[in-house]
Design a protein around this ligand. Sequence first.
Ligand code: PGA
Length: 253
Amino acid sequence: MRKNIVAGNWKMNLTLSESVSLIKELKTKINQDSLENTRVIVAPTFVNLFAATEVVEDTMIEVAAQNMHFEDNGAFTGEISGKMLQEIGVNTVILGHSERRTYFGETDEILKKKVEKAIENNQEVIFCFGEQLEERKEGKHFEVVTSQVEKALFELGAENWKNIILAYEPVWAIGTGETASPAQAQEIHAYIRKFIAENYSSELAETISILYGGSVKPANAKEIFSKPDVDGGLIGGAALKADDFTAIVNATI
Ligand code: PGA
């Protein structure tokens, strides 16, 4: 059975003390015993990752990074490598978020290199993809999402997909309060799963967790997560509030 995953993408929010107290609050609020098939991940900003790994110790909460570079080290001012993350106990990384693509110029080619580096390091990747509003209006959303997934991931060997989690995040739904309907999410998730099945195998496609992201909140999480091809969510704004994030985690049960 595929794992449900609820991952909180904290983006450029929360100082060290705020990050530590949010995790401490989550530790008391999330009932770990009820979450047999759900993984809970938080992704604080880089400077707070190490502290986060210490605070989550002895819990089922995992810590992920929001980005990494495709080289191990070198003259790349301001960048962070996968090796640096691994040494502080962070083995999961979000790659391809639309904010990275839009504001920081991350192309399919760059993302392919990042994914390949993560795989070489045996890191786990939460790979984001999703169409812009204009692309959906023009009916190009299927084409856009398959192209993003294909360009960054389809040169991976089948054995490497055990390290891949997908996150469909329609750009028009991120931080806007507008959510894709459960049917719209299901449609893209099923389409991507079929695309993976056609290029690899249906056995492999059935094992891949595909998260939905874009204005998920306690009020809509249950219905979105109930769709057969939606295996949890990547949560932005609502991940910054312990009660909301806990309610979204509980919506996977
Ligand atoms: P949102 O962000 O939940 O605030 O829409 C989701 C994301 O960007 O991962």
